[in-house]
Design a binder for this molecule. Structure first.
Ligand code: COA
Length: 276
């Protein structure tokens, strides 16, 4: 597939893994309107690219993302309500729908500064690994607003009540190790190891049946807000849908390899795929 060129995002492809690099390092990768529009296209392109199995979101230079662009996203749009609506649609579209509901596994590689609005793309990724040296902060209160967009809602989803409120109302910063302790990210590693650790995790994900992964992550995200009876019924239906849709017929193959062929143990590793 011909790679498209974007101005505010760089895409690098490596062994079936697409690195989406927010690319305004001189502005610490603050998200301006152009970045929101381009990220919609980037996610569209990579989600449909058959050569890409895993998507990684990271930032160029010393920042992951310094949040919304205070000038171009906030002040410049104060008197342009039409453009404000359009950009907000684009922002919600890429961060919430295209990234959070991406059909492929996604990993945030938090390489540096991560503030305010940057929390939403981070939390929208399925998994996250931070550099120990990364610095996080819900800085909105420092300049007179509350964490808007999806940020407050997202933080309430992944952090504890006490921790979330502490960081929302103090605006204090914390590093990658603390982010792992708070479970905002899965783990943190020295910055020099971030790339290799993310690639190792991506390689693990590439070994899995992509259809099973897609349904498993959708099911988790959708069922967590349902009541028990709704979730039970939805998960049963989702599993049936997966059996119908999975071209690899993983369930039948896995049971056969375990019960009849005795060639693998489902508790210890994925079944042997004929391809992938
Ligand atoms: N919006 C717009 N511009 C931003 C920005 C943002 N969120 N974050 C950084 N920039 C710009 C700065 O204005 C500066 O531009 P200039 O070179 O034209 O003056 C440039 O990026 C570098 O920023 P600077 O503050 O000099 O870099 P730093 O490395 O010393 O500090 C931060 C990095 C991230 C700590 C600091 O830029 C900052 O506090 N940014 C805002 C974070 C924030 O509150 N985000 C919440 C938004 S929802």
């Amino acid at each position: 597939m011909t790679a498209r060129k974007y101005q505010t995002v760089k895409v690098e492809r490596e062994e079936g893994v697409a690195w989406m690099i927010l690319n305004r390092p001189e502005k610490r990768n603050a998200m301006n309107p152009q970045m929101h529009y381009e990220m919609e296209e980037v996610l569209n392109e990579l989600s449909l690219d058959p050569e890409i199995q895993v998507l990684v979101l990271t930032g160029a230079g010393e920042a992951f993302c310094s949040g919304m662009d205070l000038k171009e996203y906030f002040r410049d749009l104060d008197n342009d309500p039409a453009e404000q609506i359009k950009v907000r649609w684009a922002m919600r579209n890429w961060q919430y729908f295209r990234l959070r509901m991406c059909p492929k596994p996604t990993i945030a590689a938090v390489n540096g500064w991560c503030f305010g609005g940057g929390f939403t793309p981070l939390i929208s990724c399925d998994l996250a690994i931070a550099a120990d040296e990364a610095v996080f902060g819900l800085s909105e209160v420092n300049w007179g607003i509350l964490p808007g967009g999806y940020v407050t809602r997202d933080v309430a989803m992944v952090m504890s009540y006490r921790d979330a409120l502490y960081y929302i109302i103090t605006g204090k910063t914390f590093d990658g190790k603390k982010a792992a302790e708070l479970r905002l990210v899965n783990e943190s590693v020295p910055r020099s190891e971030l790339h290799s650790r993310v690639m190792a995790l991506a390689q693990d994900l590439k070994k899995m049946n992509p259809h099973t992964l897609r349904y498993a992550k959708d099911a988790f995200k959708m069922s967590r807000d349902m009541n028990f009876e709704q979730a039970y019924d939805y998960l049963a239906a989702k599993n049936d849908q997966l059996q119908f849709r999975d071209p690899e017929k993983a369930r039948d193959t896995g049971i056969k390899q375990f019960i009849d062929d005795k060639t693998f143990r489902p508790g210890l590793s994925p079944y042997k795929r004929s391809k992938g």
